[in-house]
Design a protein around this ligand. Structure first.
Ligand SMILES: Nc1ncnc2c1ncn2[C@@H]1O[C@H](COP(=O)(O)OP(=O)(O)OP(=O)(O)O)[C@@H](O)[C@H]1O
Ligand code: NI
Length: 307
């Protein structure tokens, strides 16, 4: 059993345009994904493809005007609003994208102590700071006194002492130097090796491949493929979806071939396959109905033509 299971999650926003015309934005369409204990699942995809929205849905922190359908199961049981509130920060922890999530007015040692679940808060906090090379004097520092790397290690510490079984890390890497990135990635691997399920949201496929077990490729608010990291090799022959292949071949270290066109806006999603307007293989059938996610070669794909 997967520790976390998302089944056909759709999210829409109601918006008011000019002249009080109401518009529904479909930002996520029937997204299904599973997370296993001891595994790192990396989520990759262009900006606006729904990565953060999924993280926010899993933590129950979507904005008020979001309407959702579908189900989320945690340890096989439906994650209701009530359970979400009870599990947030305890069983399911977020390592946020921005260090602005730290309380600017509280010493960081104290902030981390507040997340300690078991045992003596002070010794647990000290132990985790030692592990992440944060010296004694850091305990009494305020967030603004920390370097970027120290702030990130403080956020990691918070997740580590919470004893959470699911850790969701949203874009932890941009703007950090190479050493800090490698350090953060190693820490995620350690979380997984300790038995956590880690969801790592990132733009950086290359880094993700060095530590993840599986990669989920997002496009326009849905998952188009779930593949083992081993499938990201060569010219992408082992990948299943035309978009994943294109994304892989667009990397500078590969062929560097750009993908023509752009991801559709949520206000104007095509009726059929969301990738059909850009897909070199699209047929009439592809433009008529949304393909379902299906299993293929020990992975999953949302494309009727994939083999
Ligand atoms: N509160 C909101 N109201 C309306 N649309 C929203 C809202 N929040 C997000 N969206 C839309 O939902 C889509 C997915 O956004 P999301 O933040 O999940 O993208 P992302 O994949 O995390 O992108 P990035 O890589 O830039 O972080 C985008 O089209 C975005 O404009
Ligand atoms: Ni995001």
């Amino acid at each position: 059993m997967s520790i976390l299971e998302v089944k056909k999650l759709s999210i829409s926003f109601q918006q008011y345009g000019s002249g009080l015309k109401r518009q529904t934005l479909d930002v996520m369409s029937e997204l299904s994904i599973e997370l296993e204990e001891g595994e790192i699942l990396a989520i990759v995809g262009a900006s606006g493809s729904g990565k953060s929205l999924l993280a926010h849905a899993l933590l129950g922190i979507l904005p008020e005007n979001a309407k959702t359908t579908g189900t989320i199961l945690f340890e096989g049981e439906e994650l209701t609003e009530e359970r979400l509130v009870a599990l947030r920060g305890k069983e399911i922890a977020l390592i946020p994208q921005s260090v602005n999530f730290l309380d600017p007015l509280m010493q960081v040692g104290k902030q981390v102590r507040q997340s300690v679940k078991k045992g003596d808060a002070h010794s647990a906090q000290r132990a985790v700071f030692d592990r992440y090379h944060l010296q004694e004097h850091v305990d009494k520092m305020y967030p603004f006194q920390l370097s970027g790397g120290m702030a990130r290690r403080t956020l990691l510490s918070t997740a580590a002492v919470s004893g959470a079984k699911v850790i969701i890390a949203d874009e932890p890497t941009p703007g950090l130097d190479e050493v800090v990135i490698q350090e953060a990635l190693t820490n995620f691997r350690e979380f997984a090796n300790d038995g956590c399920a880690v969801m790592l949201i990132t733009h950086d496929i290359e880094s993700a491949l060095t530590i993840a077990d599986k990669i989920a490729v997002f496009y326009a608010g849905t998952v188009v493929e779930i593949a083992s990291v081993n499938d990201f090799t060569g010219k992408g022959e082992k990948l299943r979806h035309p978009y994943s292949k294109a994304l892989w071949n667009a990397l500078p270290q590969n062929e560097f071939i750009p993908i023509p066109g752009s991801q559709p806006q949520s206000s104007e999603l095509p009726p059929g396959c969301l990738f059909a307007p850009r897909c070199p293989l699209a047929t009439k059938e592809c433009t008529e109905a949304r393909p379902d996610m299906r299993e293929l070669r020990e992975g999953k794909v949302r494309c009727i033509d994939a083999t």
